[in-house]
Ligand binder design. Structure first.
Ligand SMILES: [Zn+2]
Length: 396
């Protein structure tokens, strides 16, 4: 009888386990609005995808090019929507994340180790700036969907509204690459596209692969801000010296002697300095808000408010579920115990009844057998006496 009870308990535990897992993983956002499928389709239609995938597979950490430069998009890794021109993309780059809070969702396609690498990159932002990546929650209007369902490493520039993919293809899950793509999502362009770059780097046009020259364009200062932070050779957003090279020779070299470009390990001090200025991390309010949109301030406070309350709500829900489940389990245990006692009682009564009946039958049989035996004994005795008398008479 304990089996149905165990099954119910097991079922409940599985249900609680699944629920806890869902709550721990957080909600899954709807499909991202900015997913880059049209670009991927266009690369496939132009027979460019095989080359991109091969180049990415063949890339090694010793390669002079950065892996994200091999993703086949604008400047290598900048995704735009189909209706956009690059010009619009620049304008949209002014879209910052309110309060520096960036909701994210990491796809299950990444294994634990890869997820740790991505979260490690986010941690670098947390430790060094006021940028806060936090898991997507129901109701978020903008978020970063970190995925691995397309080849290449790429991102949109700045907040786009709705979900926007940051793609980290097979070879792209590296700390520096993740930081680079997240900086794009935060609104950063490549360092060498800044308006005054020609003072700092030389572009070797003759070494650039035909058709990729536009990747070396500059943006006017009216469109891209440098926050008066000096040109940064060490930026993780800088092209490598061999980006888009057609002949293995450099395409971009520093004018300053001894300077190195194209490091891909982590954000530079100036990257962080610029990030903090862009998001007002060191403003007197300490709130990380530098935007012309006054609504952002409230939005920021609300975001933190809801973030805190979300944690409290999840805890309350978990405690409530635990209490409910405990009550249900206790109730089921009591019910099972009552049923078992009742059944035991019934079985005992039946057994006693059967025993009594059997005893009665046995006694009856014993009595009847005894009577028969007595009768037989008497009969035999009478016969023996009669025979004895007859024998005596004959003998006398
Ligand atoms: Zn990039």
């Amino acid at each position: 009888m304990s089996r149905p009870g165990n099954t119910i308990r097991l079922g409940l535990l599985c249900w609680i386990g699944s629920l806890a897992l869902v709550l721990a993983k957080g909600p899954t956002p709807p499909p991202p609005r900015h997913h880059g499928y049209h670009k991927m389709m266009s690369l496939i239609m132009n027979n460019a995808m095989d080359g991109i995938m091969r180049a990415q597979e063949e890339w090694s950490p010793d390669d002079k090019q950065n892996i994200w430069e091999l993703s086949g998009l604008d400047e290598g890794d900048i995704m735009t929507d189909s209706e956009e021109t690059s010009r619009n993309a620049v304008r949209e780059a002014e879209s910052k994340w309110p309060g520096g809070v960036v909701p994210y969702h990491i796809s299950d396609e990444f294994d634990d180790e890869e997820q740790q690498v991505i979260k490690g990159a986010m941690e670098e932002f947390h430790e060094n700036s006021c940028i806060q990546f936090r898991p997507y929650k129901e109701g978020d209007s903008s978020w970063v969907a970190i995925k691995n369902d397309s080849p290449g490493c790429w991102s949109y520039v700045g907040r786009r509204g709705g979900g926007q993919v940051v793609n980290l293809g097979n070879r792209c899950v590296q700390h520096g690459v993740a930081a680079h793509e997240l900086l794009h999502a935060l609104g950063f362009h490549h360092q060498q596209s800044t308006h005054n770059r020609d003072k700092y780097v030389k572009i070797h046009w003759k070494n650039i692969r035909r058709g990729t020259e536009r990747n070396f364009k500059r943006y006017p200062s009216s469109r891209v801000q440098d926050f008066n932070v000096p040109y940064d050779y060490e930026s993780v957003m800088h092209y490598s010296s061999h980006a888009f090279s057609k002949n293995g020779k450099p395409t971009i070299t520093p004018k300053e002697e001894g300077a190195f470009i194209g490091q891909r390990s982590r954000m530079s001090d100036k990257d962080l300095q610029k990030l903090k200025l862009m998001y007002g991390c060191e403003s007197s309010t300490g709130g990380g808000i530098t935007t012309e949109n006054p609504d952002y301030d409230d939005h920021y406070r609300n975001d933190n408010f809801w973030s805190f309350h979300f944690s409290v709500q999840v805890s309350v829900i978990l405690i409530w579920i635990s209490v409910q489940v405990s009550v249900i389990l206790i109730w089921i245990s009591v019910q099972v115990a009552v049923i078992l006692v009742y059944i035991s009682f019934q079985v005992s009564v039946i057994l006693i009844w059967i025993s009594v009946q059997v005893s009665i039958i046995l006694v009856r049989i014993s009595v009847q057998v005894s009577v028969i035996l007595i009768l037989i004994s008497v009969q035999v005795s009478v016969i023996l006496i009669w025979i004895s008398v007859q024998v005596s008479v004959i003998l006398i």
